[in-house]
Design a protein around this ligand. Sequence first.
Ligand SMILES: NC(=O)c1ccc[n+]([C@@H]2O[C@H](COP(=O)([O-])OP(=O)(O)OC[C@H]3O[C@@H](n4cnc5c(N)ncnc54)[C@H](O)[C@@H]3O)[C@@H](O)[C@H]2O)c1
Length: 465
Amino acid sequence: MPRTGACPRPGWIGVTNPQPGGHLPWASLQGEICLANNAPLATIDQARIAVIGLGYVGLPLAVEFGKRFPTVGFDIDAARVAELNAHHDHTREVTADGLREATLLTCASDASSLAGCNVFIVTVPTPIDDYKRPDLRPLESASRTVGGAISRGGIVIYESTVYPGATEEVCIPIVERESKLAFNRDFYAGYSPERINPGDPQHRLETIMKVTSGSTPEAAEFVNGLYGQIIKAGTHKASSIRVAEAAKVIENIQRDVNIALINELALIFHRLDIDTHEVLEAAGTKWNFLPFRPGLVGGHCIGVDPYYLTHKAQQIGYHADMILAGRRINDGMGSHVARRVVKLMRQRNQDMTRSRVLILGLAFKENCPDLRNTRVIDIVRELRSYNAHVDVHDPWVNAERARDEYGVELIADPAVGHYDAVVLAVAHDEFVAMGAERIRSLGAPGAILFDVKRALPRASVDGCL
Ligand SMILES: NC(=O)c1ccc[n+]([C@@H]2O[C@H](COP(=O)([O-])OP(=O)(O)OC[C@H]3O[C@@H](n4cnc5c(N)ncnc54)[C@H](O)[C@@H]3O)[C@@H](O)[C@H]2O)c1
């Protein structure tokens, strides 16, 4: 069956190749024949892997591959590369011993280190801009890097979370332009989204089933086989790159929308003076009631990825009402918490302008140093808008990062008996282990204790979500 394809000359059409990896009888509309070969992919044991972007996703991947395959970990951040070469990972996802075990891994910030690699795995950030539109610049830049290093028979596999179509519509044309190679003839592509959950010792890269896909049946088989080398939980080969892209983004949208529903219920039940958790506990006795809890939705994924799909939907003329409603509700929860704390303080006749509030936790979630898109900052800012003096304490978070990213000066040792209100914003193990009594002792007599995470017994706090 004729199909348009990646013959080196525009306007030529190809015929489905009867022999995988063999000659493609490309033909021009004038009947000329192009004898271009389909470059064969390397076999899996010939893989020389490059992981582009050594963050929360890229580093564990580079380490696992680096135990079995020659692997280059590439990052534009020279300081990150230096810390990894010194066997230190500030994200705490990989231990020093784990880094040492990856004996075939070398980390570099110089693109010349990518020479000789034939598998490029892209794990760079996919943030949103100030207008909540996808910011594809890191992906575009990484694609230029890959284009400069890939050669015939190479494959580029994207792991970054995107909207369906981004890999083939945005990234691949850049690789083609930079490499001057033809897609699906000279080089191939795959998409295999990451599902890791930083700070969660149970769900690790190797123990989470991985979705794989490829731009041709052979590429899909290669990608699936390659990840099969490191993923103990197995792989799921999706039918196309777009299906795999869509699957990843909806995993996070489903969580976001479900949490938004529970947050909305919490807003309603608070007004009705009903304890949300007691309601959820009772409803949760039904076999198919889903166990979501109210809370702040921050981080690099759940609060961000929905905008990738809504952007794509908008591009094709569909306004994603429900997904965006969920985003609005979740983004409002930090201010809601702050207003509840202020109300409780006022009910005790505390003067907000002279009040001191302690926030426990700034990371976007428990037992993790990740500050990206933390919504605890909304609590801090809203309280400051009432002229409260707000201190923030988080033993997991790097003080310099907190200062650089949010202008927050973390305090290392909160003074005992000092605060008019204490807000437990992130349930780090250290805070939970302190218990309500020790946390309360940080406050002055009569101080408010507000538990965002419902990590403390209800009777021991003054308010919770
Ligand atoms: N963190 C998670 O829990 C998680 C889970 C699943 C999927 N994801 C997705 O994975 C992707 C990566 O996320 P992350 O959390 O690892 O990000 P990260 O910010 O922790 O790490 C990204 C790394 O890429 C580097 N980088 C940026 N641009 C680069 C470029 N052009 N070339 C080389 N290196 C570059 C940065 O310096 C950084 O070290 C995102 O799309 C994210 O949505 C993240």
